[in-house]
Design a protein around this ligand. Structure first.
Ligand SMILES: Nc1ncnc2c1ncn2[C@@H]1O[C@H](COP(=O)(O)OP(=O)(O)O)[C@@H](O)[C@H]1O
Ligand SMILES: [Mg+2]
Length: 813
């Protein structure tokens, strides 16, 4: 008698790694494992019956009893297709669930002894019957609709449930467990769900477990059918699309495949929670409703989502409380910056006015000065002294208006501009916003970023600042803007008009020493993880760094060199040194030979070579002017990248010398028979401005009278043809540069006398600053009386060009 009819018995077993099979259908099964192949071979030699048991853990290669579930499916092998010796595809008829009593063999394949699986349900027969009816009704609906749909789209592109029952067949199923098994293929269940259906012995629970999915599936199929009906006779493409999208949404909701909808819901909730204005909220919601009509994979959907996310990231109506406590602000400014008394006072006044008139749009502070004097870091201190958030955007080299104001959303990869990004970064609508290097905004054909900046900074307009990307107005009026620049010349006048200029100048070496000691060194020690008492750097060493390794108005390179010293010390500390001292000699080992020597100390008085002073955006600098004459026809040659204004100064110097020749003891014939060549070394750098006039004149007089010019004198001043010394700009930076270079005497125009007040005492005590009304005042001191020794031939080599750390593009006066 065949075992077909009696369940209990011993059968070969095939463990399934990933699949779970329920009884009630015929289907393929791939066989790969050696033991399983042998089990199939054994079964086909016998009665074709086999037990299929899912593994608890798919990763186990050779499962034993503990790795297998206690319930399996008895199946009949209908067909075996051999691909290769070790691989079969079989077709199985999955008969019924069985209880696995024990594994009776594991070699050469698994053999199990099984028994009939009895239902254990505690439900009343009535309850069981009514639930069974319910499930049957749903399944009938699903089966019917699935077939209707199948017959409709013949191309069968859509993935249909894999069941193949007819309505009549379903209606004929009486056994509730068989009903569950029959329904399972239609429900696209996960492995876990299938497993629990397989091993559940309580019939009622099995029924109840599939009801939600059945319900969903029934609705989805009905909706799909409705679409067909709705679209019948409807030719408009857009209408079709709308109907389909609508249905798709409903279907997704039904299936719980709500990823996009979940995303949209999530965004909707965030929009509700955000403090954006109603106007903005409406815009955001409109995007959401557009999104809900689009496929989430479409580019438009992503553009809309990114846009909504960007809107949400703007800190609408988020404000930090201002702490305008002037004395606290003073304490913070004092603690974070040495010196800068005048600047700090200006900032405190500014903050005080803010406190007294919080709603008045104060002017915008513009901190101007050479690099490394603390402009940017002051901006940060202002933020912390107000208790506001701080953001900095660098405008250096910004050429494109879109960088300020954003790209229109139609561009691929469009983003908001830097102003909006800054707000997002700050997380509040009233941060301190440092617009760094506003003098470096450049304009070209991609629009004028300065015009956009103007709108940002204009209190009349910035209440409704519109970024091209964001499109809705953003209120910038509570932002405190602070701008920084190296120079004013390149800032457009309308922008300048909105700003209140606060000038910062370079530091003297004493100020630098204080900054290094109190700020730069502690900061760098911290950054290198070196304890305060692990590295001793004396004032002497710091001063040596300042003088021999840097030459700059600010302290940027100084900070860099100190960092280099700390790096060196960090190595020693890491190697176990308790404390590291630093002698001048060790300094040289760490930083290399001194980089700067005094330009002046190396030089001797010379005929026709004079030291002028220049102002540049990166600070003051000394500038050598060379003059030579040789037999010729009274021509003048000017070289070394002189600008037009400076060339005119040179002409004026020549004219004044000619017209005063007799008085100066110069032979007119000599002037007429000589060509004059004036040259400014460092030819790569453009130099311009009128402030070299007096110096040029001294150089010309020096060559015609053959009197040497003192090497420790520097001169700055414009001239007119009557020999007056006219005032110049940038005096403080020039004087500081002269001091740095080791000059002893500086001549400045009489009318610049008032600027001497600004010069630090330290410099005044070491530098002899003299005023001049006329060129003669300078000539009397700068030109030595003694006739020079006869000039050696050929010409003396030019003086060594000064090494400069910080020369700018142009040297205007
Ligand atoms: N007066 C000062 N006191 C303390 N640190 C200073 C001072 N001036 C500049 N610094 C420091 O020097 C470095 C360079 O300053 P930074 O603000 O970048 O200069 P800028 O923006 O003017 O070019 C920063 O680490 C800054 O903190
Ligand atoms: Mg800066």
């Amino acid at each position: 008698m065949s075992k077909h009819t009696e369940t209990a018995g011993q059968y070969p077993v095939i463990p399934l790694r990933t699949e779970v099979q329920l009884p009630g259908h015929v289907g393929p099964l791939e066989i790969g494992r050696e033991a399983s192949v042998r089990a199939i071979e054994a079964a086909t030699r016998d009665d074709n019956l086999i037990i299929i048991i899912p593994q608890k853990n798919p990763a186990v290669r050779d499962p034993g009893q503990k790795d297998l579930h206690e319930v399996g499916v008895r199946a009949e092998i209908v067909q075996v297709v051999k691909h290769s010796p070790g691989r079969f595809t079989t077709v199985m008829r999955f008969l019924e669930r069985v209880h696995i009593d024990a594994l009776v063999a594991t070699e050469p394949f698994l053999v199990a002894s099984v028994s009939k699986l009895a239902s254990t349900t505690e439900a009343t027969p009535d309850a069981l019957a009514s639930t069974t009816t319910k499930v049957r009704d749903y399944l009938v609906a699903v089966v019917t609709d699935a077939q209707a749909k199948e017959s409709r789209d013949k191309d069968g592109k859509e993935k249909e449930p894999r069941g193949e029952l007819t309505r009549a067949q379903v209606q004929a199923i009486v056994d509730p467990d068989k009903l569950v098994d029959a329904a399972a293929p239609y429900l696209e269940l996960e492995r876990d769900e299938l497993t629990s259906l397989l091993i559940e012995t309580d019939t009622m629970k099995r029924l109840e477990r599939i009801i939600p999915s059945l319900e969903r599936q029934a609705t989805v199929l009905r909706l799909k059918a409705d679409i067909g009906a709705e679209l019948e006779g409807e030719s408009s493409r857009t209408h079709r699309e709308r109907v389909l999208r609508d249905r798709m949404r409903q279907i997704q909701e039904e299936l719980g495949e709500q990823d996009d909808n979940a995303e949209i819901d999530d965004l909707r909730k965030k929009i509700e929670d955000s403090k954006m204005s109603d106007e903005v909220r409406a815009v955001a919601k409109k995007q959401l409703s557009r999104m809900s009509q689009m496929a989430s994979s479409s580019p438009e959907y992503n553009i809309a989502r990114t846009y909504v996310e960007n809107l949400l990231e703007i800190p609408w109506n988020v404000f930090t409380d201002d702490r305008i406590d002037v004395s606290a602000a003073r304490a913070i400014l004092e603690a974070e910056h040495s010196g800068l008394e005048k600047v700090k006072r200006r900032i405190l006044e500014f903050l005080a006015v803010r406190k007294l008139a919080p709603n008045k749009h104060g002017p915008i502070l513009l901190l101007v000065g050479p690099p490394g004097v603390g402009k940017t870091s002051l901006g940060k201190s202002i933020a912390s002294s107000l208790g506001r958030k701080y953001v900095r955007i660098s405008l250096g080299g910004v050429r494109d208006e879109a960088e300020v104001r954003g790209h229109r959303r139609t561009y691929i990869g469009a983003l908001p501009g830097r102003i909006i990004s800054g707000l997002k970064k700050a997380g509040s609508m009233n941060p301190v916003f440092v617009l760094d290097e506003i003098d470096k905004l450049a304009a070209d054909m991609r629009g004028d970023p300065a015009a956009a900046m103007l709108e940002v900074l204009d209190p009349e307009q910035n209440k409704d600042f519109v970024d091209h990307y964001v499109e809705v107005p953003v209120d910038l009026s509570k932002v405190m803007f602070i701008c920084t620049a190296n120079q004013l010349d390149t800032i457009s006048q309308p922008l300048l008009d909105r700003m209140e200029v606060v000038e910062l100048s370079g530091y003297t070496s004493v100020e630098k020493l204080a900054i290094a000691k109190n700020h730069l060194l502690p900061k760098q020690l911290g950054e290198h993880g070196i304890g305060k008492d692990q590295l001793e750097v004396t004032d002497e060493v710091l001063t040596e760094i300042i003088h021999s390794y840097t030459r700059e108005a600010g302290v940027r390179n100084l900070e860099r060199e100190i960092a280099a010293v700390c790096r060196g010390a960090a190595v020693k500390v890491a190697e176990g040194a308790e404390t590291v001292g630093l002698s001048l000699k060790q300094l040289e080992e760490l930083l290399g030979p001194p980089r700067y020597v005094s330009d002046i100390a190396e030089r001797k008085p010379e005929v026709g070579v004079i030291t002028g002073l220049a102002w540049t955006p990166v600070g003051g600098d000394i500038m050598f002017i060379e003059c030579r004459i040789y037999p010729g026809k009274g021509e003048v040659k000017l070289t070394g990248q002189m600008g037009d204004v400076m060339k005119e100064s040179a002409q004026a110097a020549m004219s004044w010398t000619r017209s005063n020749a007799t008085r100066l003891g110069i032979d007119h014939a000599k002037i007429a028979s000589s060509d004059v060549h004036i040259h400014l070394p460092q030819g790569g750098i453009k130099k311009d401005g009128p402030s070299a006039g007096v110096a040029l004149t001294c150089a010309v007089v020096s060559v015609f009278t053959n009197r040497p010019i003192r090497n420790d004198v520097a001169i700055t001043g414009e001239i007119d043809l009557r020999g007056n010394a006219l005032p110049i700009g940038g005096l403080k930076e020039k004087i500081l540069a002269a001091h740095r270079a080791g000059i002893k005497i500086v001549f400045i125009p009489f009318r610049n006398e008032k600027d001497i007040l600004d010069i630090p005492d330290e410099v005044k005590s070491q530098l002899d600053i003299r005023t001049m009304k006329k060129i003669d005042d300078a000539l009397a001191v700068a030109l030595g009386d003694a006739p020079a020794p006869p000039e050696p031939e050929p010409a003396i080599p030019p003086p060594t060009a000064p090494s400069r750390s910080n020369v700018g593009e142009r040297l205007p006066s």
